[in-house]
Design a binder for this molecule. Sequence first.
Ligand SMILES: [Zn+2]
Length: 266
Amino acid sequence: MLQDFGQANPENSNIYYFSVDKYDYATKELKEAGEGKFCPFCNTRIEYEYYQYSHIGKFRCPNCNYGDNKIYKLATDVDLKNRTFKVNDITYKVRSNSIYNIYNFTAVISCVSLYSIDTKIIQNALSKFILNNGRLEEVEIRGIPTIINLAKNPTGSNVSLRILNEDDDEKELLFVLNDNMADGFDVSWIWDINFDNLNNVSRIVTSGTRAYDIAIRIKTAGFDPEKIEPYLDLHEAVEALYKTNIKKYVIANYTSLQPTRRELGL
Ligand SMILES: [Zn+2]
């Protein structure tokens, strides 16, 4: 955890902490694979007030107070539907609807505030910042809204599925999983992805060199196997995906991202 650096230098007055207030989909219990269950300084089990995603949330060590920091900038009123949040009562409108990007934006606001950059400049910059190249890329393909996200590990995949689950619209998912050298040959991490209770997903197409592994993983989570379609061939997978005009979510791992984007015509 990044704040370990701060804790390791307690006399340094140049360390500033930022945080994000509890948002609508925060949970009391950990629902996803998470790290850091024990205090890195005294090994006591950490107590969480809430989890935002994975192991990110409000916590403290009951023994040594690790995690109980003075917060320099706190994002509040996070509204992912309208894509707004506040810091010091100033509203920021952004293009992204993921909680982890609210953390990134709050980090940016903290940094630039220390350089006394005018709030209007920050508001303006954040309102125009668009993620692309498979980082929650929002595009229209064949006239159908499509959201593409790279996911290289359980946390990235769970954040992608979190955004999918926070969207009540009917949707179909394409999950492309490769096991090339850059991906790591071991794909057992897919068993740490939380595919339980997917919200209004009517069909899942899988592809990549491990199309069948990810299909089995999803089936094991309880998703209707009749609605899972594995294709080793990416072109066939994309054609199958776009045979309906339902909204699409695409999750691709490392080496599968660019071939998937090309197949989608991007
Ligand atoms: Zn501790």
